[in-house]
Design a protein around this ligand. Structure first.
Ligand code: SF4
Ligand SMILES: [Zn+2]
Length: 188
């Protein structure tokens, strides 16, 4: 009687595309995108991919599968640039579907504007759900309107403005947007 194959000893969480770190000694365009997976083994999560040059590459990805599962529920809250509506006393959290509500008490210390849905990479960890398959771009005027509303609620000053996405440099009017933003008053 045959004993059959033993169990693998790990559990594949999902299949991903990833790069080989040792192949990054060349032009990025020459670095192959590899097939791989995230696997749980001995209570740890490993990112494993097969490189034709360097063989199996195994990288510790997370020290706790439960924490990873929890973190992966978190995605960017919204990519919509919705203006604040005066008189918005809707109950929280629904109130945030219409900009910042009247009862928003927190100071905006870092304003993060997602300006492009697309990204030229497909990181397995992407929390923004971005990919090269997406094409959404936020019009410059919508970004500026949003920044101007924040400025008016922050006495004309923002400590930090971050542009993100996706990959913000893929925005076709990035030059114009940066020029317009640079016209806004600096933080002091
Ligand atoms: S947005 Fe960031 S995390 Fe997501 S695919 Fe692009 S580079 Fe990777
Ligand atoms: Zn390699």
């Amino acid at each position: 009687m045959s004993a059959g194959m033993g169990l693998r000893g790990d559990r594949i969480l999902r299949y991903v595309n990833a790069f080989c770190p040792r192949c990054h000694d060349r032009e990025l365009s020459q670095v192959e995108r590899l097939s791989g997976y995230l696997a749980e083994r001995d209570g740890l999560v490993w990112l494993e991919r097969g490189c034709r040059e360097h063989g199996l590459i195994s990288t510790l990805y997370d020290e706790d599968p439960e924490i990873l599962a929890y973190l992966e529920e978190w995605t960017a809250p919204t990519k919509q640039h919705v203006p604040d509506i005066s008189g918005n006393f809707d109950p929280v959290p629904a109130a945030y579907l219409r900009g910042l509500p009247e009862l928003q008490t927190q100071h905006t210390c870092i304003l993060l504007e997602d300006i492009a849905e697309a990204c030229n990479l497909r990181c397995p960890t992407c929390f923004a759900d971005s990919s090269p398959d997406l094409a959404g771009i936020v019009p410059v005027e919508d970004v500026l309107a949003n920044v101007d509303q924040r400025l008016s609620r922050e006495n004309g000053k923002l400590d930090v403005l971050m542009l993100s996405g996706g990959e913000p440099t893929l925005h076709p009017e990035l030059d114009r947007l940066l020029a317009e933003l640079a016209e806004r008053p600096p933080a002091s």
